[in-house]
Ligand binder design. Structure first.
Ligand SMILES: [Zn+2]
Length: 450
């Protein structure tokens, strides 16, 4: 009798304990990490887990004004007597409130899960989670405040707009490049100012528009009254001499084929192509987080008493012994004065980089705020330090011929975000008045702010 008791009752008790586990299933929103609002269309990833007997059922619904709308209800196959059933499931759902007849406003996002435990008279353990959400299917409105505009190929533009609601991401798309807008310049926090640029090789017909994405993910796009003026850029041809190669190439650590018949020339071509690209990629990293304050005021200043040696967007052919060996586009202007002449900061800003920088040699980079930067290359020396705020005309260094430079000169570039722009616009006081200051004033009068 005792033996029989042991033979049947102990396993039976074990089966009962095993199946009557009290661990509740877990159901969570994996993505977005914080689900607080749902726009016209929202992708949501949900995971459900039950480590012991496995999942029995899950249900996801939206409760709005007392009405339940089931988004998904799923039942899972029953677990075997001793083994577990389905322990984990991940669900991807796209929620489109208007298609479900759900109107805008506050709602509950309800997640429920049941498991296959025998507890609670075979009903299983249950988990129910309610999240407070807002249904917002309306796009933000973009009210353009700056008037008619002109932008040159390779030039800069400014766009000022008011948003109807807070939008973390807003700005201007110009030829596929995104330029963020900045709040805080105008007393009304909903008014944004955005400096944007058109690459030198993008002419009339390029799409330029303002865009804003609200918290719920609704996207608004808005064009504005803008004319793109095309520009023809110069062609230049540079003869590379052996003396020049021997003067500039050795400073760079670059490897070429050991059997090369002209290692100096091969190294030079590699520097001019690959290092140039690598330097520009690194430059994009340096300018990723512009200052959210507009430091600059009035026209930018140039290298005094200097002569212009090369222009913005010059298409340069490089010839060696009469043979074309490379072609590149010059993304700045070259200015030459006396050797070792002092270089002024073009306008007020914060030093973001000082030091060696590949083809640019010793380089200083200034952040003028709202995405505008100035770059000074080939310097012989510099006393400024990273993080220092410099005023317009403050001496940031001395001219030189470090990096890829044949003679003492300043290479001066300007960038709006990661797009090189024609610096001559910024050096021209009347261009600033006509294209920047007047647009800011337009916005002030249309918005009523001072
Ligand atoms: Zn240059």
């Amino acid at each position: 009798m005792i033996v029989l008791f042991g033979l049947f009752l102990i396993p039976a008790l074990w089966v009962l304990v095993f199946n009557m586990e009290r661990e509740c299933p877990v159901i969570v929103v994996e993505s977005p990490t914080k689900l607080i609002s749902i726009g016209a269309s929202k992708d949501v990833v949900i995971s459900a887990t039950d480590q012991k007997r496995g999942l029995r059922k899950i249900r996801i619904e939206i409760v709005k004004d007392g009405k339940q709308t089931v988004l998904i209800e799923k039942e899972y196959p029953k677990a075997s007597f001793f083994g577990a059933g389905i322990n984990k499931d991940t669900l991807n759902i796209t929620i489109e409130p208007s298609k479900l007849g759900i109107t805008d406003g506050k709602a509950l996002f309800r997640l429920s899960a049941w498991d296959y435990s025998w507890s609670r008279w075979w009903n299983g353990n249950t988990t129910a989670v309610d999240k407070e959400i807002t249904i917002d299917t309306k796009r933000p409105e973009i009210d353009v405040l700056s008037g008619t505009q002109y932008i040159n190929q390779g030039g800069t533009g400014v766009e000022i707009y008011r948003l109807s609601e807070p939008c973390e991401k807003n700005g201007v798309y110009a030829g596929g490049n995104f330029f963020p807008g900045y709040s805080g310049f105008f007393p009304d926090k909903n008014i944004y100012i955005c400096f944007y640029a058109l690459e030198y090789d993008k002419g009339p017909g390029t799409e330029i528009y303002a865009s804003a994405v609200d918290e719920a993910g609704n996207i608004a796009k808005r064009g504005f009254n803008l004319t793109i003026k095309d520009r023809k850029f110069r062609k230049d041809s540079i003869n590379i001499s052996d003396a020049f190669l021997n003067a500039v190439v050795p400073q760079f650590d670059i490897a070429v084929d050991p059997n090369s018949s002209n290692p100096l020339l091969d190294k030079y071509i590699k520097i001019n192509r690959e290092m140039r690209v690598a330097n520009h990629n690194k430059l994009k990293e340096l300018i990723q987080n512009p200052e959210k304050e507009m430091f600059w005021q009035g026209a930018f200043v140039s290298f005094p008493n200097a002569t212009n040696k090369a222009s913005f967007a010059d298409y340069r052919d490089y010839n060696y012994n009469g043979k074309l060996v490379d072609s590149q586009v010059h993304q700045g202007i070259d200015l030459a004065s006396l050797a070792g002449a002092s270089i002024p900061a073009a306008n007020k800003g914060k030093i973001v980089y000082v030091g060696d920088f590949g083809i640019y040699g010793k380089m200083v980079l200034i952040d003028h705020g709202f995405g505008l930067f100035s770059l000074y290359g080939h310097l012989s020396s510099s006393d400024v330090t990273k993080g220092q705020i410099v005023e317009k005309n403050y001496t940031i260094g001395r001219s030189g011929k470090t990096g890829l430079a044949a003679g003492d000169h300043l290479h001066f570039s300007m960038l709006v975000n990661n797009v090189f722009v024609n610096p001559l616009e910024w050096l021209d006081a009347s261009w600033i008045v006509n294209n920047i200051t007047s647009k800011i004033n337009d916005a002030k009068s249309t918005s009523g702010s001072k």
